[in-house]
Design a protein around this ligand. Structure first.
Ligand code: NAD
Length: 487
């Protein structure tokens, strides 16, 4: 990586195009999830730092350096950043894996996806057109898309590099100036990616990054009176806080709050096709994925068959450090590992059948935050494990009787993010896809590709608004209606 100013050990904020420490010099230690050891530090930003970042974004938005660029010029900058990410792919992947504990293969895929966000939205920037409306004789009406102005972005720790691209690229493509507060547990690639953005030619203030704790920097950003829109991905509880802050400032927000997504397997499904995908959809990123397929609904007739095959698969899963690049890495933190462990321990204590678990490699470093992938079933529909988002590698199997029962069960959840449907019956594919409540339904696949082109978001407790695809360009912009009387 060329001349990036953060050292290997101390990662700074990026405010107004400069790398700066927190105003009071405060820092937070960064731990490697693979071995629990401190290896770096980030700035612990305060309200003052956030205020500087918002002021910088406001200046950039109002000025010619960013706010007056054409869509084509913005798009070129985004694509240039996409190129820079690919040029620095391996270094970024190493950093992402070290910071999050995810296996190298996953980290590499994440960096490719981060680049893809900037490629996609860079090339889309000048393709968002307005419309004209037939109106009263002698009038012409134009509806023109416009950026909000300054957008705030609070992201979680599970996919820091991807989330950087997912939330910032469409906002920037539409001409907003941005302030990002990444998660304190994993924010090193967002800092590096912002440095790369400066190298790519983004002007000061277009992308500001303030690291730190949620209740400090995150709260200061979401409550700031001079942001015009906020995007949040994370827990439902913090989503509520963010939405209340947005309401007080009378601004809009997009919330992506996780899920308890069903994988529905009918008796006619191709299990050879389905089961590897179903397994991957819960072990990817050690289950710390908002759209993880964490509820496996299986038609009663094939329940035992599916169970036997999955027990074999789960028993073969291996877990180790990010460098070992096995099926699963550690969880993000000791806190998250304890949270997932307590779900598993309580389930076992309540008599739930623990069918199979992944094995920790004997070569894995001690003191990492390892929690084996676990398969439970049959799980009663009202059990906490069948209802709450664990955010770890825990798959629950629940039997269903017929199509109507499957749909009722799939929708019997507070969440509504994604769903998988496995059946060869074409009419059933459509019926079930229409009936399931959620933002995405996959038929005979689940999360294929990185999905940058595909609108993504939830209903119910999974949140509202859409990111990814062209939908995000509309999410991060508003319209102005111009009514011209030309007689
Ligand atoms: P979180 O919601 O607390 O954190 C997400 C982001 O919000 C982080 O950047 C954090 O610093 C920030 N934040 C926290 N408190 C804030 C506040 N008061 N104001 C503004 N910003 C604030 O998530 P977590 O504690 O890291 O994880 C808890 C649970 O959330 C997980 O176990 C999981 O169930 C869920 N989660 C979901 C996603 C997702 O992608 N949907 C991601 C991470 C976590």
């Amino acid at each position: 990586m060329t001349e990036l100013a953060s050292t290997d050990l101390a990662f700074n904020n990026i405010i107004d195009g400069k790398l700066v420490a927190a105003s009071d010099g405060a820092t937070i230690d960064v731990l490697s999830p693979s071995n629990g050891q401190v290896f770096a530090s980030i700035s612990r930003s305060s309200q003052l730092d956030v205020d500087k970042a918002v002021k910088s974004a406001r200046r950039a938005f109002e000025s010619g350096t960013w706010g007056k660029l054409t869509a084509l010029e913005r798009g070129r900058l985004l694509m240039k950043l996409g190129e820079k990410i690919l040029e620095n792919h391996e270094e970024l992947a190493q950093l992402e894996a070290l910071d999050t504990g995810k296996p190298m293969t996953q980290a590499r895929a994440d960096i490719t996806a981060a680049a893809r966000y900037f490629e996609f939205y860079g090339s889309a920037a000048d393709k968002v057109h307005g419309e004209t409306i037939p109106y009263v004789d002698g009038y012409t009406v134009a509806v023109v898309p416009e950026p909000y102005g300054v957008t705030g972005h609070v992201i979680p720790w599970n996919y820091p590099a991807q989330m950087f691209g997912r939330t910032l690229a469409p906002a920037l493509a539409m001409g907003n100036a941005t302030v990002l507060k990444p998660a304190e547990e994993a924010c090193l690639t967002p800092v590096k990616l912002s440095e790369l953005a400066l190298e790519a030619g983004f002007p000061p203030g277009a992308i500001n990054v303030v690291t730190g704790y949620g209740h400090e920097a995150g709260a200061a950003l979401s409550e700031h009176p001079d942001i015009d829109f906020i995007s949040f991905t994370g827990s439902p509880d913090v989503g509520t806080i963010i939405q209340c802050a947005a309401a007080k400032n009378h601004i809009g927000c997009v919330l992506e709050l996780g899920g308890k997504s069903p994988q529905i397997v009918f008796a006619d499904a191709d299990l050879e096709q389905a089961l590897p995908v179903i397994t991957n959809a819960i072990i990817q990123n050690a289950g710390q994925t908002c759209s993880a397929g964490s509820r496996l609904l299986v038609q009663q007739d094939i329940f035992e068959q599916v169970k036997t095959k999955l027990v074999a698969r789960f028993s073969e899963l291996r877990m180790g450090s990010h460098e070992m690049d096995l099926h699963c890495g550690p969880l993000i933190s000791a806190k998250q590992q304890q949270r997932v462990k307590s779900f598993v321990d309580q389930a076992v204590a309540s008599g739930l059948p623990l069918l199979a678990q992944a094995q920790l490699s004997p070569d894995a470093p001690v003191d990492g935050f390892y929690q084996p992938a676990a398969l439970f079933g049959p799980v009663p529909r009202d059990h906490i494990l069948a209802r709450e988002e664990v955010f770890g590698p825990v798959l629950v199997m629940i039997p269903f009787a017929d199509e109507a029962d499957a749909i009722e069960l799939a929708n019997d959840t507070d969440f509504g993010l994604a769903a998988g449907v496995w059946t060869k019956d074409g009419a059933r594919q459509i019926r079930v896809a229409n009936a399931v409540r959620g933002g995405q339904v996959f038929i005979n696949n689940y999360g294929a590709g990185a999905g940058i082109e595909l609108p993504f978001g939830g209903v119910k407790k999974s949140g509202h608004g859409r990111e990814k695809g062209f939908a995000a360009l509309h999410e991060f912009s508003t319209t102005k209606t111009i009514v011209i009387n030309h007689g």
